[in-house]
Write a protein that binds this ligand. Structure first.
Ligand code: COA
Length: 319
């Protein structure tokens, strides 16, 4: 499997740290120093599904394929307006594709899981071109009174088209059920048969930031090491480490652990915040469109999030 096209799209409204400091008790200085974030894009007047479809259109255009060439769509999404139908089915209609579609919810680790699944589908030989879209609007999951969570996230979508070819080297995925560290409950319809206490449906995401931070560093470093071991290369042989953009300090800690310079860890968290599973394909698209990726570059992807789910994947850039 190789990546043959990338695309990304963002809502029109940029919300700076200063703007958030007008709403809750925080400051640009605190957010920047603790996270590396300066601003994020937030869904306001537009339809979220149009942003997701825009990223898909751009990835297809970049790949030279059209919607009729796509054999399968995998969409990584944690939450959107619809419980059903799937977001991938909605996007399929907008982009005019007619292939089967599936949504996956692996929180922020979704892109790496989608790559792994796409590789398996291509290997079976039933499909040849797969569109992966990671589309997330975490700002609508937040309690905007909780200053330790709402400052972190931004909305956006990133997409890639993958195809038969040489590129996928190895992946390592893991899930260790730990649901209290980061979760959001949704409001469900009540029935005459439920005796449970009514919960506020808009409680927002709950997160133990320090614990998530520690696990993110530990699991990402472990996943990367496992992939390096499986492929028999060292961290020095990797050209780019394209990591989930959750917190710049997490990325710096992983770079130190791997004894690699920060110049191999591109970041865009300052502009976009944490866009959950969309963060890696958004960053990859920025690198691709800025001409920074050369044929033969080895790219290590690594992501982590609620679950606790994490994974790393090594690919050679062969576009
Ligand atoms: N502005 C100002 N002060 C804030 C604040 C904000 N937005 N958020 C928290 N604080 C305060 C706390 O109340 C606390 O004050 P106290 O010492 O008086 O009690 C202080 O800052 C330190 O809080 P703490 O939670 O220890 O800060 P931290 O250095 O751990 O940073 C996070 C908090 C959330 C930025 C950090 O833990 C983190 O990034 N964790 C990982 C989260 C993540 O990536 N989640 C998604 C994973 S996919």
């Amino acid at each position: 499997m190789k990546i043959i096209g990338t695309g990304s799209s963002h809502p029109s409204l940029a919300v700076t740290n200063d703007k958030i400091a007008q709403i809750i008790d925080t400051s640009d200085e605190w957010i920047w120093r603790r996270t590396g974030i300066k601003q994020r894009y937030v869904v306001s007047d537009e339809r979220f599904e149009d942003i997701a479809a825009d990223a898909a259109f751009k990835a297809m255009e970049n790949s030279g394929l059209s919607s009729s060439d796509i054999d399968f769509i995998i969409c990584s999404n944690t939450l959107n307006e619809y419980t059903t139908p799937s977001l991938s089915a909605i996007i399929q209609g907008i982009i005019g594709a007619s292939c089967p579609c599936v949504d996956i919810n692996v929180a922020c680790a979704g892109f790496v899981y989608a790559l792994d699944a796409a590789n398996a589908y291509l290997q079976i030989g039933k499909m040849h071109n797969i569109l992966i879209i990671c589309a997330e609007e975490p700002t609508r999951m937040m309690n905007w009174k909780d200053r330790s969570t709402c400052i972190l996230f931004g909305d956006g979508a990133g997409a890639v088209v993958v195809s038969d070819g040489e590129g996928f080297e190895a992946s390592d995925l893991s899930t260790s059920s730990c649901t209290e560290m980061l979760y959001q409950k949704r409001g469900l319809c009540s029935t005459p048969f439920l005796k449970q206490k009514e919960e506020s449906p808009d409680a927002g995401a709950v997160m133990d930031g320090r614990e998530v931070y520690k696990r993110a560093v530990k699991y990402s470093a472990r996943d990367i090491k496992n992939v390096l071991m499986e492929t028999g290369i060292t961290a020095d042989d990797v050209t780019w480490f394209v990591l989930h953009q959750a917190n710049k300090r997490i990325i710096e800690t992983i770079a130190r652990y791997l004894k690699q310079p920060m110049s191999k860890f591109p970041t865009d968290i300052e502009r976009y915040g944490n866009t959950s599973s969309a963060s890696i394909p958004i960053l990859l698209d920025d690198l691709n469109r800025n001409g920074l990726l050369k044929r033969g570059d080895r790219i290590m992807f690594s992501a982590f999030g609620a679950g606790f789910c994490s994974g790393a994947c090594l690919m050679v850039w062969n576009k």
